[in-house]
Design a protein around this ligand. Structure first.
Ligand code: ZN
Ligand code: ZN
Ligand code: FE
Length: 762
């Protein structure tokens, strides 16, 4: 046969595409591609993915298969394409067939997407029928996950079901050539949601909100995944009132700026950071301050970075065009409770915080907080994976029974695992109040129903008293798997890095329950997904008063000074002005000596607390990780790595123990002498980095392993993470950091699921 004959010969191929291919403009794309190649056939959404049959000349069919994944829309995430030959049926026209509702493997729910450029153009064109319409969207952008009530992803199963489309919208929705073809939340001013000001539908609501914000008032703003509290980020009095009313302590607030030019007025924005700010996920990005006085001090007290995002809905854009150019935009909740998404709850919970309400009448089915990423070496390091990322699936590659992992008690997320694909929930929060625990229960039920998972295995933290552990025990007739906290961190990092192990895992965090019943948090493990060994750990110390020492890092400073300087510890604490009343100092000394109510811990987080207070930072923690964040900011001010202090490595029966007491002693001396605190903070980071890399080198020598994963909340510290990566490389080891799920407890559930699933395969 000649080339021409092959090209002409009719063939038909059936392709099944798995991944994020629904609600991202994939079918119209397939339609355009097939039509441009003059192919017949059809494309159909099914709950196991998109199925396509194309028929026509052999070359054209092959061309179609070749280009299908390569040219897919930006939001599509294709995990797998399978193809099989089919019998030609003589079809010459291509059609988009209606969705199939059959039950089948893991359905997929798309994440919310920031408004696209074309919709921005629509909203800003005076002649357009969507001119200034705050709920404009298309198949490339708009709400998804937060409006989904059930699957398949179709308008009747979203919170848009109560809005009947007008004729013009209906036409767009049914026209495959239109950008709004099957855009489920499609709407316009004639038929769609509308804005309300203090509960009343008003055309001038945005103008009223802008004026109120400019006057320094606090506005509760209903967005995509819940309510925000907004105020002018340059108004000290607005900030002060917001902090006071919200009961927020010193925890930094995120801000939303009008555009990149505005962000550059107070932050340095690398090219990579800009791309992430402007990405379809549009997360909060942590950026270095360049003009610390541009925003009022109260936005991010004592820190060297701001959390900044750009407007991600037309509503936000229209508001920011006329409001103050940078607004504080913080989750609308009471301290540590779930984000408020229900209009009634908003009025009762936020009513005493906000002066006014800018809301709308499109219900939010699923609450979802903003995501947060930091930038490490030009790459995103996730801090909170939520809006825009959840529930995008992750390929884990382990095929075991259907699994639920309930996560940990702080920064909770949970995870479903089925057919080798993991779905992580949005950020749930800290399980320290009834509201959040109840929310977790409801969210798990919603996910089970949405993703059609009936777990046979339920994984949870080893900690017997975690609220998440108690929740896991409520499941009947399942196999419960308790996963050690730092093993889960390690497994999560391995999945993120695509490693099966064994690896060396450096797991540094605040606290996690150890297999010996003590608190761990400075662990170097040799781990694969099934098991781990504790190869090394930070020297343990008593946490005087347990929980009290976590709330009051000053107590940890005393504990470390006593450990490092024995009898001279207390006097040194007084000399270097550790701010703790004399009476409390004596109580702490007694607790350290007797062990009364003072558990033993190997926590790197608590070491950071101690050093931070010694160097003059906040003696009381008003948010988790405050002391460490302030210490990093202080070290950042020094501008360079500094010289390491001493540290000790000891070989004990339980492995290598590394001890930074020599550094603590030198820092105490330095403070007495009046040395630069920024320099001492930098030198402390350098000491921990060198100590960590050296222990890894020794473990590598013994085991032959060269892959090292860095995990646990401490590795949100960019100075430490960046330096450890460098030092590992110098020693010929390969360091890995998270790039999709957070190193903190927000990534724990993925690790628990991976471990439970790996164990189930034995
Ligand atoms: Zn759009
Ligand atoms: Zn309409
Ligand atoms: Fe942790």
């Amino acid at each position: 046969m000649s080339v021409g004959q092959v090209a002409q010969q009719r063939m038909r191929t059936r392709l099944t595409v798995k991944g994020v291919v629904q609600g991202v403009g994939f079918r119209p794309y397939v339609y355009r591609l097939a039509t441009s190649l003059s192919l017949g056939g059809w494309v159909r959404n099914t709950s196991r993915g998109v199925v396509i049959e194309v028929e026509g000349g052999g070359l054209a069919v092959r061309e179609f298969s070749r280009r299908l994944a390569a040219e897919a829309p930006a939001l599509a995430r294709i995990l797998e394409v399978t193809s099989e030959e089919a019998e030609p049926a003589g079809e010459t026209v291509f059609a988009i067939a209606s969705s199939e509702g059959e039950a089948a493997p893991m359905p997929i729910v798309p994440a919310d997407v920031a408004v696209c450029n074309e919709c921005v153009a629509d909203v800003s064109s005076p002649g357009n029928r969507r001119h200034r319409y705050p709920f404009t969207n298309c198949t490339n952008c708009g709400p998804r996950f937060t409006i989904v009530e059930g699957l398949p992803y179709d308008r009747p199963l979203t919170t848009m079901k109560t809005f009947a489309m007008c004729r013009a919208c209906e036409e767009e929705y049914h026209n495959p050539a239109n950008r709004r073809f099957h855009a489920q939340p499609n709407a316009c001013p004639a038929c769609g949601p509308a804005v309300c000001w203090d509960g009343e539908k008003r055309d001038d609501a945005l103008g009223l909100a802008a004026r109120s914000l400019a006057a320094g008032e606090i506005v509760a703003l209903k967005g995509l995944g819940g309510y925000h509290l907004a105020c002018d980020a340059r108004s000290p009095s607005a900030l002060e009132r917001l902090r006071e009313r919200k009961g927020r302590g010193k925890k930094p607030f995120a801000v939303m700026s009008r555009d990149i030019a505005e962000v550059r007025r107070f932050c340095s924005v690398s090219e990579e950071a800009r791309a992430i700010l402007e990405s379809p996920q549009a997360p909060i990005v942590l950026l270095e301050k360049v003009a610390p006085d541009y925003l009022t001090e109260g936005v991010a007290p004592r820190l060297h970075r701001y959390g900044v995002m750009l407007p991600y809905t037309p509503l936000h854009r229209l508001l920011l065009e006329i409001s103050p150019p940078t607004l504080v935009m913080t989750s609308g909740n009471l301290s540590e409770e779930p984000i408020v998404h229900d209009d009634h709850a908003a009025r009762s919970v936020l009513g005493h915080i906000a002066d006014h309400f800018l809301s709308h009448n499109r219900p939010i089915a699923v609450p979802c907080d903003d995501s947060v990423v930091a930038m490490l070496n030009g790459k995103p390091l996730p801090v909170r994976r939520s809006r825009g990322y959840a529930p995008v699936p992750k390929e884990v590659g382990l095929r075991g029974p259907e699994t639920l992992a309930v996560g940990g008690d702080q920064k909770n997320t949970f995870c479903l695992l089925r057919d080798g694909i993991a779905v992580l929930s949005q950020h749930v929060g800290d399980l320290e109040n009834v509201e959040t625990v109840e929310y977790l229960g409801r969210a798990i039920e919603h996910f089970k129903q949405l993703f059609e998972v009936e777990p046979k295995v339920v994984a949870h933290d080893l900690h017997p008293d975690y609220a998440s552990t108690r929740m896991a025990r409520l499941f009947q007739g399942v196999r419960l798997v308790a996963v050690q906290h730092h093993h889960a961190h390690a497994a999560s990092a391995m999945v993120d890095a695509g490693l099966k192990g064994p690896v060396i895992a450096v797991a540094y965090d605040g606290t996690g329950y150890g297999t010996d019943g003590t608190i761990w948090g400075g662990e170097i493990l040799v781990a694969d997904l099934r098991r781990f060994e504790r190869a090394a750990h930070l020297a343990s110390i008593r946490l005087p008063g347990g929980e009290a020492s976590i709330r009051k890092p000053a107590r940890m400073a005393i504990a470390y000074l006593l450990a490092g300087l024995a009898d001279r510890g207390l006097q040194t604490a007084i000399d270097i002005a550790v701010p703790l009343p004399d009476s409390e100092m004596r109580v702490v000394a007694h607790q350290c000596a007797s062990g009364l109510n003072s558990p033993v811990a190997s926590s790197v987080g608590r070491l950071f607390d101690a050093v931070s207070v010694m160097l003059g930072n906040s003696p009381v923690a008003t948010y988790e990780g405050q002391a460490a964040a302030e210490l990093e900011a202080q070290a950042h001010g020094y501008g360079t790595a500094g010289e390491a202090y001493g540290f000790e490595l000891r070989r004990e029966s339980a492995g290598v123990v590394f001890d930074l007491l020599p550094a603590v002693r030198e820092i105490a001396q330095g403070v007495r002498r009046g040395d630069s605190r920024a320099e001492m903070a930098a030198r402390f980071h350098e000491t921990l980095a060198q100590c960590t890399a050296e222990v890894c080198r020794q473990v590598s020598e013994e085991t032959g392993l060269v892959d090292v994963v860095l995990c646990g909340g401490v590795f949100q510290n960019l100075l430490l993470a960046g330096r450890v990566l460098e030092l590992l490389e110098e020693k010929g080891l390969r360091g890995h950091v998270h790039d999709d799920v957070p190193p903190n407890d927000g990534g724990l559930s993925l690790g628990q699921a991976a471990v439970a699933s790996a164990l189930a395969q034995e």
